[in-house]
Design a protein around this ligand. Structure first.
Ligand code: FAD
Length: 376
């Protein structure tokens, strides 16, 4: 029998790994992907859909359709991993054994960990909440909006800034910007961990009258009094609160003893291996890296697929992951800038353009036609 590869997680990094592996391995290599998602949603468009930048129906595809021919799919959830015995327990009671395991289970949103977080609070981190938020903004007549991530880590460090630039433009188009106040709260010291990029984004905030409060880690919300309070005991009043819930990795990983309470697995940054298990890889947001971005998961999937494919052909692979990622980020007035960097270089930006915005605008099409398919 050929090599058996099991991938847990049926969205971004998991499907890309499976599809790339299928292209690069012999027929007798068995590739199985585990997950029970009916649909796959392209989350980066959460910063465009509420402003009618794109139609949400174009950002969702049936998951079955995205998994290439020759890959076995098991519609179940993984409940426990036993690295010593190379097996995965599924919620249908079956045990699956593997030669190689790829973990791609992403994040879970835990709004319940913020006291007072309830349904009157909005966010744009899953499709149901994106649509609910879009409806609120349709009816919005002016007032004070506070936007921000409640804590770190959270997916896509630029997404909150992208969102407030889109919100500023929407309110101007609606003719109610002068009756509205936009404040971005950020738990980190600055907008992003890169000074050069943060400098440019903060300049955009100033030019567009967007208030920016760094170092605001949300401790609690009082939706009766419309206040949000930081761990430093600073309270802010709002009319509408758009608060990104805290993130954790999956409980499966904590329950399997592979992660602490955070749910994220520590991996070697050059091999993406868990501990000294050369046959277990973690790709995408499930790894304990601060940068939770699909573009990084995309590069990681390419690296891991290449390595497993060459090992399954009998070669010893000594290649190392270079940490590369590249993505376009929305800036003010329907412009954008594009960042790319790796472990040895920092992102640099000094302008935003309409053509970069176009790249962002079409990224859903590129994603579904090429990236998730494993073609690029
Ligand atoms: C608003 C927003 C904007 C963003 N913008 C960008 C951007 O511009 N550029 C960018 O690169 N990234 C962006 N991101 C981040 C990007 O979407 C994520 O980093 C990416 O989706 C993570 O991919 P993943 O495969 O690791 O996890 P996910 O896409 O979350 O997939 C995890 C999968 O694992 C499955 N799963 C979980 N637990 C189990 C289990 N126990 N058993 C089986 N299956 C399981 C889940 O059901 C899911 O299908 C953005 C995110 C958001 C929310």
């Amino acid at each position: 029998m050929g090599t058996s590869i099991v991938i847990i997680g049926d969205a971004n990094a998991g499907i890309i790994t499976a599809n790339k592996l299928r292209m690069h391995t012999r027929k007798d290599v068995e590739i199985t992907i585990i997950g029970d998602s009916e649909k796959t949603y392209f989350k980066p468009e959460g910063v465009l859909i509420p402003f009618k930048g794109v139609d949400y129906r174009d950002t969702i595809k049936p998951t079955d359709f995205l998994i290439n021919y020759g890959i076995k799919r098991i519609k179940a959830r993984a409940e426990k991993i036993d690295p010593e015995n190379r097996s995965v327990l599924l919620n249908n009671g079956n045990n699956l054994s593997y030669d190689y395991l790829v973990i791609a289970t992403g994040n879970r949103l835990v709004p319940e960990s913020i006291p007072g977080y309830d349904d009157s609070i909005y966010h744009f981190y899953d499709i149901a909440n994106v649509l609910k938020l879009g409806k609120m903004l349709d009816d919005f007549k002016g007032g004070k909006i506070i936007v921000g991530p409640s804590s770190t880590p959270f997916q896509c460090p630029v997404a909150p800034a992208e969102f407030v630039f889109g919100l500023d433009l929407l309110l101007r188009k609606k003719g109610i910007r002068n009756k509205s106040d936009i404040t971005l709260i950020i738990p980190m010291k600055d907008v992003l961990p890169f000074k050069n990029v943060s400098d440019m984004v903060r300049k955009g905030f100033e030019e567009h009258g967007i208030n920016f409060i760094p170092g605001f880690k949300t401790e609690s919300v009082d939706t009766g009094k419309n206040t949000v309070t930081s761990s430093g005991n600073e309270s802010l009043q709002y009319d509408k609160l758009i608060l990104i819930p805290p993130h954790k990795g999956q409980k499966l990983l904590t329950d399997s003893g592979m992660a602490d309470e955070s749910g994220y697995v520590k991996v070697d940054k050059l091999t993406l291996n868990y501990k000294n298990y050369g046959n277990i890889f973690v790709v995408g947001d499930a790894a304990d890296f601060p940068m939770k971005v699909g573009a990084l998961g995309h590069s990681e999937a390419g690296y891991v697929a290449g390595r497993i494919a060459s090992e399954s052909d009998g070669f010893i692979s000594s290649s190392e992951f270079d940490g590369f990622m590249g993505c376009s980020s929305v800036y003010a007035d329907e412009t954008a800038f594009t960042l790319s960097f790796d472990y040895n270089s920092k992102p640099f930006v000094n302008f935003a353009s309409k053509s970069d915005y176009f790249l962002k605008y079409i990224s859903g099409d590129t994603y579904f036609s090429s990236i998730i398919r494993g073609v690029i």
